[in-house]
Design a binder for this molecule. Structure first.
Ligand SMILES: [Zn+2]
Length: 176
């Protein structure tokens, strides 16, 4: 699915429609794509579309809904009780129990930051993080970065990976 991978928040209404598709694979991809729009698309609409998928009959649809809701941080607070249920459900798949527990932890921590009960500082520049910055950097790097440093670190990593990739190709040609 190209939808959502474009990172275009205008795709949200169409993705919301697709969460109601009769095809489980389409619902799964729609959940995944909505997750990737976190921070870009209307969070309320996204969370409202994702939350019913936690009750989906297909475990992989539930899995992607859990991951996507985690990416929405404080906006996903209304899904917390459903996520807690999944985390402790004895009939749920183990990967969903685990991911739901992580999602609950992340969303709760984002709420603590919002309520000023918790403080996380950027590992690179030291500024206090906003809840969405915590969620975003935690998801990508498992480390706290402000949005500015997030972009810098992201670029550094990508440049590094590109360099490694190029060197690999050169080495292969030389046969060394
Ligand atoms: Zn920073």
């Amino acid at each position: 699915m190209e939808l959502g991978n474009s990172g275009d928040p205008a795709a949200l209404p169409e993705l919301v429609e697709l969460t109601r598709s009769p095809a489980a694979n389409v619902r799964r991809l729609a959940a995944s794509a909505i997750g990737k729009l976190a921070g870009l698309a209307d969070a309320k609409g996204a969370v409202a579309a994702l939350q019913p998928l936690l009750q989906d009959s297909h475990p992989q649809v539930r899995q992607y809904a859990v991951k996507a809701l985690k990416a929405y941080g404080t906006a996903a607070r209304c899904a917390l009780s459903d996520l807690r249920d999944i985390a402790i459900s004895p009939v749920e798949k183990e990967y969903n129990q685990r991911d739901a527990k992580l999602a609950v932890e992340t969303i709760e921590e984002a709420l603590r930051i919002e309520e000023k009960q918790a403080i996380h500082c950027c590992q690179r520049c030291g500024v206090k993080l906003e809840p969405d910055e915590y969620v975003r950097s935690h998801k990508a790097f498992q480390r706290p970065f402000c949005n500015y440093c997030f972009d810098e670190v992201f670029l550094e990593r990508r440049n590094f990976e590109t360099k490694v990739e190029l060197q690999k190709n050169i080495r292969a040609k030389d046969g060394t």
